[in-house]
Write a protein that binds this ligand. Sequence first.
Ligand SMILES: Nc1ncnc2c1ncn2[C@@H]1O[C@H](COP(=O)(O)OP(=O)(O)OP(=O)(O)O)[C@@H](O)[C@H]1O
Length: 370
Amino acid sequence: MNVLGRTDPDGPVARLGTYRAADGSEGAAVGLDLDRPHAALVVGKRGYGKSHTLGVLAEGAARASGVAPVVVDPMGEFGGLADGSIPARVVEAPTVSPSAVPPSTWPALFDLSTTDPAGAVLWEAAREAETATLDAVAARIEQARVDDSVRRAARNHLRLAASWGVFDPDGLDAAALLSEPATVLDCSHLPDRAASALVRGVASGLYRACVERDPARLPWLLIDEAHAFFDGVAAPALETVLTRGRSPGVSLVVATQRPASLPSVAISQSDLLVAHRLTAAADIAALAEATPTYLTGTLRDRLPADPGGAVVVDDVTESVHGVQIRRRETTHGGDDPRASERGGQQSSSSAPQSGHSPSTTGTGAAQSGQ
Ligand SMILES: Nc1ncnc2c1ncn2[C@@H]1O[C@H](COP(=O)(O)OP(=O)(O)OP(=O)(O)O)[C@@H](O)[C@H]1O
């Protein structure tokens, strides 16, 4: 198998698929390096396979020793990873400690500026809380010397945060994540801001763990619909992992249908690009700006047309490859529901035909708990 992302012959590999010639014919097996840390970008318009590809990478990383994939699953599509023979667990209600969000970021958690009076109270209360609990922050808000209207606003914001159910002083930390072969964090029930707080805590916790000690497994953080997380409280932690994560050993794989919405650092720092079909000019232009000189022709001309087809740009070996991504071993939960697969009053010919309807995928057979 030819392994992309490295020049050394040895080390763990994720089986990615097979080479694909211009006429669509398939060739030798292709893998992706899991031995060294990488920053990878998986892009493609809706329905062309980027979540599926993220799942393929997660399966490979779950099987490999020495790495611990952590999948951020905003749409509840990766529960199937734990259904079969892959050693993976699904956390259906993931939480992090309130201290995972730095005090200065608390105003942003509620779309407040740091100069907003309620935002300033929240910042100060989070900084001075005696324990890493929302109750301790609430107690500080009550002690703040501010107008009642400001206190009320701060109180309401904190109640909103409590209602998300994402903060728990005993929430997931890096040690818990790195003790498992693979973890899926199901964020499908979380509002965007709560999911961002979770990603902030997870990304910065994994980065710190690798900087401060040598964990037994190197983390691979895989984030689907990643554009949503580069635009909120998670962004600074993700940018730190992208720019400084590789030397302590943290890998980041971000998947998005909108590469034009990513900060340029997410594109420029990636050493592996897996590009499925894209048609929006802005998205192709965003990638083309970082197109390496060793790519002959234009990226637009190299993009495949079928689901599962991808062009892989490997900055480690400075090479470009047409690849057919392999099928998932475990259930992929990303198919769109189809009216033709719904029962209703129709004849048996329109009954569900496959195991891919929303009722049979997702986290149905997943393990829960932390
Ligand atoms: N490598 C592949 N081999 C076989 N089928 C694939 C492959 N990649 C994707 N598919 C199929 O294509 C469909 C869309 O894939 P996927 O859900 O990954 O798309 P997506 O780009 O992530 O879309 P969305 O943005 O809606 O999540 C699914 O039915 C999936 O099973």
